[in-house]
Design a protein around this ligand. Sequence first.
Ligand SMILES: Nc1ccn([C@@H]2O[C@H](COP(=O)(O)OP(=O)(O)OP(=O)(O)O)[C@@H](O)[C@H]2O)c(=O)n1
Ligand SMILES: C[C@](O)(CO)[C@H](O)COP(=O)(O)O
Length: 250
Amino acid sequence: MSDDSRPTPAPARTAAVIPAAGRGVRLGPGAPKALRTLGGTPMLIHAVRAMAASRAVSLVVVVAPPDGTAEVKSLLDAHALPDRTDFLVVPGGDTRQESVRLGLEALPPGHDIVLVHDAARPLVPVDTVDAVIEAVRDGAPAVVPALPLADTVKEVEPARTAGDPEPVVATPERARLRAVQTPQGFDRETLVRAHGSVTDDVTDDASMVEQLGLTVVVVPGHEEAFKVTRPLDLVLAEAVLARRRLNDGF
Ligand SMILES: Nc1ccn([C@@H]2O[C@H](COP(=O)(O)OP(=O)(O)OP(=O)(O)O)[C@@H](O)[C@H]2O)c(=O)n1
Ligand SMILES: C[C@](O)(CO)[C@H](O)COP(=O)(O)O
């Protein structure tokens, strides 16, 4: 058989894990952040739709607040979602890291690429999702979407007592810094290994892969993939949604 007649291997299947078990303390009192609405629709549903909008994503695992699994299942049933995508809901843990690990443990075999996407980034465009998947398909073990910074960043000596001054110890060169978003994309085996072996507290999954000594690749992020963290972010998210609806003519 000549090389040309060999069957082309099927593209790796992609699953998305959405950690959505946080309380949203910085957003202020109210329901868990992922269940609060944006344009009348729960933030989590926006995030699920953002992942399912990619034709490459065939499974979405939602990591729900531990006391909110049934509510999240009902929300998924009540909102229109693509038929080509399967959905699973599992209860989350005390930290984002633990919630992601629980989501990973629930993944059935057959998905070789895993995206990890914050429910708190409901408006990421599908082109960003696809760019992350493509970079993993091209061979990167870990991929993050990222943007250059607008602010200068200072490293400080953190105050030991609240209210004490925090002296600046360094000013990293801004041109070398990037603000990292989600979805972060991984070769599944690499992400499972990272979550199995890194026990330090980390703020994203890619840094666990860095700790394995592997290279993490950056692709362009998007301004609309910002994280809804504080009350003002909700104002921006509502404005972005309103502009999209105007542009889409509904
Ligand atoms: N125990 C946790 C904590 C966070 N997350 C998820 O991780 C993402 C990013 O976390 P963040 O924006 O910090 O959310 P919260 O932890 O909810 O926010 P806060 O720190 O203000 O309470 C969110 O989608 C959040 O639901 C999670 O699944 N499980
Ligand atoms: C994963 C993340 O969104 C990348 O920027 C971020 O680190 C999450 O931080 P949070 O404090 O858990 O929201």
